[in-house]
Design a protein around this ligand. Structure first.
Ligand SMILES: C[S@@+](CC[C@H](N)C(=O)[O-])C[C@H]1O[C@@H](n2cnc3c(N)ncnc32)[C@H](O)[C@@H]1O
Length: 188
């Protein structure tokens, strides 16, 4: 079933979120489970995956798997309210967050300012962006887009680049490390 009406999609997302909150780490494919054909942001912008913030425990694991990222170009693909971008900036990377939904992008910027952290929030589709200058990528995606993202990252990222995925892994890329349902990949 395709949900075309934006408010309906958003309300349905909020219901799903509260229902799944306790078991969020166990979700394998929210799209199939909810019968969603397409995702929309709150303003009605078509997006690759809906907004669902990473938990603090997952963010800690993502940073642990990445190790020292000081001075590296790091991008969170789909920044949401900035939870992961905050951590990338706190870990002294040159952090960028791509976020299509203006309300969330504004919230991420505000949270960064409140903490005096430096990072850029870019209101662009990360699938259309040139990611070749990032050595670190973080993403909390969804199964339906991980195959396309895998191809893009493998073709664009520099050698040695590190990618961490929260919960949803890539279909083909060999996992370098796994912890707490977070996956680390290294471009070889
Ligand atoms: C699952 S949330 C993850 C938020 C954040 N990265 C975190 O882990 O807490 C995904 C976010 O990506 C945004 N998004 C989805 N597709 C996008 C795209 N193609 N380009 C930029 N942002 C996108 C959505 O609006 C949503 O806020």
């Amino acid at each position: 079933m395709q949900i075309k009406e934006t408010k309906e999609a958003w309300d349905r997302y909020l219901k799903a979120k509260s229902r799944y909150e306790d078991i969020i780490g166990k979700i394998t494919d929210l799209k199939d489970d909810m019968g969603w054909g397409r995702y929309y942001s709150r303003s009605g912008i078509p997006v690759s995956m809906p907004f669902l913030p990473s938990t603090k425990s997952k963010v800690r694991t993502m940073m642990e798997l990445l190790g020292d990222i000081e001075g590296l170009g790091a991008a969170d693909l789909g920044a949401g309210d900035g939870e992961v971008v905050l951590a990338l900036a706190e870990n002294k990377s040159r952090a960028v967050g791509f976020e299509l939904e203006p309300e969330l992008a504004g919230l991420a910027e505000k949270r960064l300012n409140d903490r005096d952290l430096k990072a850029n929030i870019v209101k662009e589709d990360f699938f259309k962006a040139d990611l070749s200058h990032f050595q670190v990528i973080t993403v909390y995606g969804i199964t339906s887009m991980m195959g396309d993202l895998e191809k893009k990252l493998i073709s664009e990222l520099p050698l040695g680049a590190k990618v961490v995925c929260n919960t949803f892994d890539f279909p083909n890329w060999r996992i370098s490390k796994k912890k707490n349902s977070v996956y680390l990949y290294i471009k070889e």
